[in-house]
Design a protein around this ligand. Structure first.
Ligand code: NDP
Ligand code: MG
Length: 381
């Protein structure tokens, strides 16, 4: 029996992960964490027989204690303790944002395998995280669909045989649009993703293409491939999830329905490849697969992310934090769609990048980037 701690258990990935855990006789949920949704977390804990939960928000934790007989930890420290003391075989980190970085490091320090959906922890702290993976000797299994695909296409690759990675992008709801026509794009327009159903933050990141920028940085750290060898290609059908180029001319692709239960199950049951409710792709009806280059002039976040990744040090942390703050402001109706890229660029200009020294330094860079965005939004209001 493999015990699983699910962090971000009330979210899009978290609830799908609990579905996978509930359906597999060899998996058992042992600890759950969320931000503030106490009712959702308590219901999930009851449904899965979990006795220890954590909520970041203290008021939500108090409400959970009134309704739940098990142990309720609180605050970011509570989430870290849940991971450190939970004894899980595998920690699925599906927290949204760089708030997940400490939990990623805690899971590796605790000697658990890590199923990582929280790409922001690799973007912000890639070098620290990969060093922690090496020290722990445990597996880090990506849940992000493109990286799950790449990991599978890379399995067994001989030394020196890989010449590049290709990450696919659906293009989001604004594919084909010009920057001018996006000035007054609404929150509802940006949330209308054509192929994937996900949490609000990553859905906006998909509309700006920042999600692909974060994924390029994620792939660089996960697979140790140079930035110039990681391509992004727009593929509106979201059927091909990732591809690996080999020196003999082969391009290996991972192909399937866009359904996150497949990569979640792969990571939680590795190397078993347990059955899921998702069928393999039927090939009797005509199938059209299109590929086109991304429009970097309209979707500036992708180029900003690549530049921050290449710069390294604290730059990706600044990029990520500024993006989180700008996306939150956009979702709150405070700024326009095109302001997201402008604010990220401003934070990268104003917060000078430093060589990486510590987690505390990354968190300080993160806070400074958020402050730049907050001040800019307030001044413009
Ligand atoms: P959601 O917004 O749906 O869920 C986020 C989860 O994180 C919720 O359970 C939320 O709790 C919890 N949470 C928020 N803040 C904190 C915090 N500070 N500490 C602990 N828990 C917190 O997001 P998604 O499930 O869409 O995404 C989760 C992660 O997975 C992101 O990093 C995203 O990029 C990545 N990912 C998601 C994909 C998808 O298909 N959704 C695909 C690939 C990657 P509460 O409900 O209480 O707010
Ligand atoms: Mg992805």
């Amino acid at each position: 029996m493999r015990s699983v701690a699910v962090l971000g258990a009330t979210g899009s990935i978290g609830t799908q992960a609990l579905e996978i855990v509930g359906a597999h006789p060899g998996l058992r949920a042992c600890a759950l964490a969320a931000g503030s949704d106490h009712a959702g977390l308590v219901a999930a804990a009851r449904a899965h027989g979990v006795e220890r939960i954590a909520l970041v928000d203290p008021q939500a934790a108090a409400a959970a204690r009134a309704a739940f007989p098990g142990e309720v930890l609180e605050g970011p420290d509570g989430v870290e303790r849940l991971v450190a003391e939970g004894g899980a075989d595998v920690v699925l980190n599906a927290i949204v944002g760089s708030a997940g970085l400490r939990a990623t490091l805690a899971a590796l320090a605790a000697g658990a395998d890590l199923a990582l959906a929280n790409k922001e922890s690799l973007v912000a702290g890639g070098e620290l995280v990969m060093e922690a993976v090496r020290r722990s000797g445990r597996a880090m299994l990506p849940v992000d669909s493109e990286h799950s695909a790449l990991a599978q296409c890379l399995a067994g690759a001989p030394e020196g045989a890989v010449t590049g990675l290709v990450i696919t992008a659906s293009g989001g709801p604004f594919r084909g649009r010009t920057a001018g026509s996006l000035a007054d794009a609404t929150v509802a327009d940006a949330l209308a993703h054509p192929t994937w159903s996900m949490g609000a933050k990553i859905t906006i990141d998909s509309a700006t293409l920042m999600n692909k920028g974060l994924e390029v940085i994620e792939a660089h750290h996960l697979f140790g491939v140079a930035y110039e060898d990681i391509d992004v290609v727009v593929h509106p059908q979201s059927i091909v999830h990732g591809m690996v180029r080999y020196r003999d001319g082969a391009l290996l692709a991972h192909v399937g329905h866009p359904d996150m239960r497949v990569p979640i199950s792969w990571a939680l049951t590795f190397p078993e490849r347990a059955a899921t409710p998702v069928p393999t792709l039927g090939l009797t009806a005509p199938l059209r697969l299109e590929f086109e280059p991304p429009d970097l002039a309209t979707f500036r976040c992708l180029a900003l992310a690549r530049a921050a990744g290449r710069e390294g040090g604290t730059a990706p942390s600044v990029l990520n934090a500024a993006n989180e703050a700008a996306v939150a402001s956009f979702l709150d109706g405070e700024i326009g769609f095109l302001d997201i890229a402008a604010l990220v660029e401003r934070a990268l200009d104003e917060v000078a990048a430093e060589p990486l020294a510590s987690l505390e330094q990354l968190e300080e860079a993160d806070a400074r980037a958020r402050a730049v965005v907050r001040d800019a939004v307030r001044t413009a209001a």
